[in-house]
Design a protein around this ligand. Structure first.
Ligand code: SF4
Ligand SMILES: [Zn+2]
Ligand SMILES: [Zn+2]
Length: 307
């Protein structure tokens, strides 16, 4: 198999583009896709201070690598979740990457700073771990970006992630979420930071190939809580569709953004007034935000058990 753009031997084929690339041409192709996404969706400017959420996996480190190479002002943000041997390895990977590239990094250890690891939070509040984890991450990312004066928060969600989230939201008719499905969400409140997903035109397979070909030392252990996650099931279904019909994921997600999302935009804000949480000041639609309520329940449960 020959590279589409040079006489070299191809190392990866991309069926939805009907193309194959050698190592160097694939790297150029992937970086161009990301650059086009950033420019096309007006995600970032060179004046922005960008907080990059980094778990240490292939997607988030690919994102940091490309933003760094494109000349954006980035700071990494890593959350230590306190999950068995997964979290120490993830932290070491992110710290190693930041050190090697001379990049600033903010690390928040939820157990040290907020008293509970994710498994403890899940147990004390009777949530599934991914629910406690997702709520904590969203809260801490926004809060850290605000407190640090960052203008944008960038996350490493790829096309597979975006398409799986869309499928889940459609299956459950989550209309406000369907209105918020875009890869760039402007801040709609002074206590919210703009969020962007620059990898959304690359599939998981492509970000993996990029990370490997660039020699990025990413963390490839799966979180133990991911086993059996619904999102993985959706991804598997979408991969089957993609195999039978190359380009299905892309047309599902980007077709929705173009033709379906406008119908749900009103539902995003219909009758919803954003207020500031009376405990922490972050945005909420109730008196106290979901994160503060979760933490309060965890503290009360922990106190009751220690009696
Ligand atoms: S799989 Fe669940 S618990 Fe593990 S990092 Fe992801 S959201 Fe958090
Ligand atoms: Zn080539
Ligand atoms: Zn709060």
């Amino acid at each position: 198999m020959k590279c589409k753009t040079c006489p070299g031997k191809a190392v990866i084929d991309i069926r939805r583009h009907n193309a194959a690339f050698c190592k160097d041409c694939f790297i150029v192709h992937a970086e161009r896709q990301i650059e086009r996404t950033i420019e096309g969706d007006k995600m970032l400017s060179k004046d922005d201070r960008v907080l990059v959420a980094v778990s240490g996996g292939k997607d988030s480190l690919t994102l940091w690598e490309v933003l760094r190479r494109l000349g954006y002002h980035t700071t990494g943000f890593h959350i230590v979740l306190g999950i068995d041997h997964y979290s120490p390895q993830a932290r070491a990977t992110v710290e190693g990457y930041a050190k090697k590239n001379g990049l600033p990094l903010i690390v928040t250890d939820v157990k040290e700073e907020y008293d509970f690891s994710i498994p403890e939070l899940a147990e004390y509040t009777r949530r599934v771990p991914c629910s406690a984890c997702g709520l904590s991450k969203r809260y801490l990312m926004n809060r850290t970006a605000l407190q640090g004066g960052f203008s944008v928060l960038a996350t490493g969600h790829n096309l597979d992630d975006a398409a799986a989230t869309l499928l889940g939201n459609l299956l459950h008719w989550q209309t406000p979420q369907l209105g918020r499905m875009g890869p760039a969400l402007e801040a709609t409140h002074p206590k919210l930071v703009k969020t962007v997903k620059p990898l959304v035109r690359l599939t998981e397979r492509e970000t993996l190939a990029y990370a490997m070909l660039r020699g990025i030392d990413y963390h490839d252990d799966e979180c133990p809580n991911a086993v059996g996650a619904t999102s993985l099931f959706y991804k598997d279904l979408l991969n089957q569709l993609e195999y039978a019909s190359p380009g299905a994921k892309q047309s599902f997600y980007f077709g929705f953004l173009k033709k379906g999302r406008p119908a749900f935009l009103a539902a995003q804000t219909d009758g919803v007034e954003l207020k500031e949480c009376e405990a922490c000041g972050q945005t909420t639609t109730t008196e106290t935000c979901a994160y503060c309520r979760m933490m309060d329940l965890a503290r009360r449960t922990a106190a009751a058990r220690s009696r």
